[in-house]
Design a binder for this molecule. Structure first.
Ligand SMILES: [Zn+2]
Ligand SMILES: [Zn+2]
Length: 436
């Protein structure tokens, strides 16, 4: 029923794992593969790995219908992973992608780069506006995917959602629905600020309205991988400790044996989250404090459900704008620090410390799934030089973990520091006076 809507066409998909990377047709190659050495022929004739297709073809007309009554008035039932029909109150569960697409399996067998269809590269020319032709009344309904993923037809009240995996980064493979309700988030933010009230900026306290908190789905890539690392360096073990000299000229000496060390680790990672919005990935902490999000991790990504725009009604979302390739360096950084931590346990006996001089990481295989994670965000703009500073308080939409930054009254902090110093000084003077 492609005539009912005019979404932008899917971009040409290239690269490993793409559905279009198929072996050449027999006879289309200038040489006959049968004449090639076995190894080369096998590689040439082997089918390319197919990307994991998470697209919901049944929802591509933009209408998510209640399985019982057919109404399109579908909402996420807050506090659960259920969808509920506002017309007949029927409730149903989204399918967990972990089982549906086998995202938990075979991590130690991963080879190359496997990309789920919602995590494919973003096309520069992909449209942000999605237009649907309403099947109820024939009107055109437009959804601006910069800010919303659903829209209602003004005329017949059908609700449309963007469920097709348009290559503009707005439609992920999976979504982790909000469990923490707004009232709960407001209470947590209020408590967080109350604890810091003493030093908080006066204007901030006066304008503090946690009811303005916004529920946002933030874009992440969730990565599985298997890798090995080799590290080499020197470790020291203390053999003797002794003192030389007399009275004021005493010096302690240490003797140690130095060992050349080498370690190899094979390891896997399961559901490593990487921020996939560059605005949040390249943080400038001088003008904003939104690296806060990393402090409210982790999320129970294993419970994420298959994408369905109905989960987003009532919330805002931020589009992904980083591709797998852009995120590779950050993945490698994280894998290397995991490898170092794993090696650490095996070098404890080098009590004088270990100095790694060489590190090598081999990433054998990775699997990438794009996902929306739920965060309640309260923001405050502190006026000041160079546009001031943005402060955020964030609440993890699954666990309620709350973290943030509150603008402080600098003079109060300074005064507090001075007061503590003055008290210590007074005590010191009192002790001196007593001993003389
Ligand atoms: Zn219904
Ligand atoms: Zn309509």
């Amino acid at each position: 029923m492609s005539d009912f809507k005019t979404p932008p066409p899917l971009p040409p998909v290239t690269g490993p794992g793409s559905p279009q990377d198929v072996p050449p047709l027999p006879g289309s190659l200038p040489i006959d593969p049968a004449t090639l050495p076995d190894a080369i022929r096998e590689e040439l004739e082997a089918p390319d790995p197919v990307a994991i297709d998470t697209a919901a073809a049944e929802l591509s007309d933009g209408l998510n219908r209640c399985p019982k009554c057919g109404s399109t008035d579908i909402r996420h039932k807050l506090g659960t992973d259920l969808l509920v029909c506002l017309y007949c109150r029927n409730e149903w569960d989204g399918a967990r992608v972990e089982e549906l697409f086998g995202f938990g399996e075979g991590i130690d067998q991963l080879k190359g780069t496997v990309i789920a269809s919602g995590a494919r590269d973003i096309a520069a020319d992909a449209a942000v506006l999605m237009t649907f032709k309403c099947t109820g009344c024939g009107a055109e309904v437009t959804v601006n995917t910069e800010s919303a993923m659903t829209a209602r037809c003004h005329w017949c009240r059908h609700v449309f959602g963007v469920n097709e995996q348009v290559a503009n980064g707005a439609v992920p493979d999976a979504v982790l629905p909000f469990h923490i309700k707004k009232d709960d988030a407001v209470a947590r933010i209020r408590q967080f600020v109350d604890k810091r009230r003493l030093f908080a900026l006066k204007e901030f306290k006066e304008q503090f309205t946690p009811e303005n908190v916004v529920g946002v789905y933030l874009p992440y890539m969730i990565v599985d991988g298997n890798a090995s690392a080799d590290v080499a360096g020197k470790g020291e073990i203390k053999t003797r400790e002794y003192t030389r000299g007399t009275d004021n000229n005493k010096k302690t000496y240490y003797d140690a044996d130095v060992y050349q060390l080498q370690r190899h680790v094979d390891f896997t990672v399961d559901d490593l989250p990487l921020e996939s919005s560059t605005e949040r990935g390249n943080l400038d902490v001088r003008v904003n404090t939104n690296n806060i999000i990393n402090t409210i991790l982790p999320f129970d990504t294993k419970n994420a459900v298959k994408w369905n725009a109905s989960y987003l009604s009532g919330f805002t979302s931020e589009k992904r704008n980083s591709n797998v390739e852009h995120l590779h360096p950050r993945l490698e950084d994280q894998l290397l620090s995991i490898a170092r931590a794993q090696v650490q346990a095996s070098v404890r006996r080098y009590d004088r410390g270990v100095r790694w001089e060489q590190e090598k990481l081999d990433v054998h295989g990775t699997r990438w799934v794009s996902m929306y994670l739920p965060v309640w965000l309260y923001s405050y703009h502190q006026p000041g030089a160079k546009g001031g500073m943005l402060h955020y308080i964030a609440v993890n939409g699954r666990t309620g973990e709350t973290m943030g930054s509150v603008p402080v009254q600098q003079w109060k902090l300074l005064l507090a520091a001075l007061t503590v110093g003055t008290i210590l000084e007074t005590i010191a003077i009192a002790i001196l006076a007593g001993s003389s």
